[in-house]
Ligand binder design. Sequence first.
Ligand code: SF4
Length: 264
Amino acid sequence: GDALCKDCFFWAFEEEIHQVITDGHLFSAGDSVAIGASGGKDSTVLAYTLKLLNERYNYGLQLFLLSVDEGITGYRDDSLETVKRNQHQYELPLTIVSYEDLYGWSMDSIVKQVGLKNNCTFCGVFRRQALDRGAIKVGATKIVTGHNADDVAETVIMNGELLLLQTSGYSFCLPHIWIFCLFLQHIIARLRRCTAITTGAEGYLPRCKPFKYTYEKEIVMYAYFKKLDYFSTECIYSPNAYRLCQTYIKDLEKHPTRSHGVVR
Ligand code: SF4
């Protein structure tokens, strides 16, 4: 709600990220950090601010750009061109891992087989693994992603929606209430995991979200006023449900504390 000039906005934005990083103990000196880079606004701003803060506050991090090529013609091939330019602009080494090389399937071929219904489920599982494998390949000790407050709120709402869908139409007897409580416990544990600032199951690299408390709107403004080079087209296989959810979150944001409430 503060009225800030451009320079003060830049400073406030960067200092808030620094605060999140230090309060959340996201890094230790000597960490090798792979930045999940898609060429979109979030990861571009993340790469830019992390490099800047690493130099300003002497974090002692070694930073890399790590991109996943899902094999989506007309979307990822174009966005990867942006990451390749970012590599030179920010002087950060870039590694690209592809679904085709890792699994023998591209998203284009998966969608041809399964259609547009479960494509994001396959893609999400593949991407998670691909990022891990890529990060291990470059010797990273941590992965950072550009997930922002809107993304986290979206995950919470989509999971809540799932809960409603799975329980709607039930008339509950006692054993059903017991099962429902177990299910609720499971969902709450899942939500807790996906809203944590650092996640990572045993055997996986820790993943951090320095933008967990940053609104998408602020990231767009930062990228725009800093004239950063990013790619803004949406995935051609993006499902409608996400768009509806995004509209809902934009509505929540009209009252600024609400979407932060969902994230916390
Ligand atoms: Fe993959 Fe596109 Fe779905 Fe994102 S929207 S998970 S890139 S298929």
